[in-house]
Design a protein around this ligand. Sequence first.
Ligand SMILES: [Zn+2]
Ligand SMILES: [Zn+2]
Length: 257
Amino acid sequence: MMRAPLAPGDVLSLLFPQRCPFCDRPLPFRARIRAPLTLSGPDDPWIHPACFPGSLLLREPLCLKCGRSLGEEGGTFCPDCRDKSFHFKQNRAVWRYAEPVRSAVTRFKYHGRQQYAVYFARAWLDACREYLEQIRPQVLIPVPIHRPRLRARGYNQASLFAYELEKLTGIPCREDLVIRTKHTGAQKDLGPAERLRNMENAFRLTNPPAGITRALLIDDIYTTGSTLETLSRLLSDAGIPEIYTATLCISYGKPIP
Ligand SMILES: [Zn+2]
Ligand SMILES: [Zn+2]
């Protein structure tokens, strides 16, 4: 019986199986063959069909600022964005931050599951392709993490997500423009105003963004937007007129006032 020879990548994937981000169990072998981008949603071979968190997808109408679903009430902005002004024009995400997305993102961020970035980029592009075509960013800028943190963790999850988006879209990922100058700690117990204060001077420009007029900032979770707002303000002050943002998911938890 004739069998197709294994490519080096196939052998590697036998040793290090590709895992479904939502349950962390290995995927069948067919999933490890690069699938066409048109296959997405529950049929994407980079997940188990039954694991697809369809109920968490952010469905239209969306808040024109943060990208949260507005639900049946509709309108233009969600209550969180109504009274705020931002230096970025708009954020778009794929899912609501709840199980199983929450655990998937935690493993991606803290437990070495860098490989999830491949599927996360596919899912983001599938959900937000029209947005990307409208805003036409020239560069992708992942939110940097503080260097000691990067050394301890070994990677920046936002960069992994951005580099996978670069592969799919051809839009270059730029990590040379900004660095994080302080570790701002877990912000989950801080209210919106405290978050912004905590983020002050958290980033520094390392290169002028010469010639860049439209940038897409990349992060994993949107909570109050304070991290993306702080970075947007810096890049806007540095001369980038149009700044947009992309995250995997959006938290709906009410920040403590
Ligand atoms: Zn699964
Ligand atoms: Zn909003």
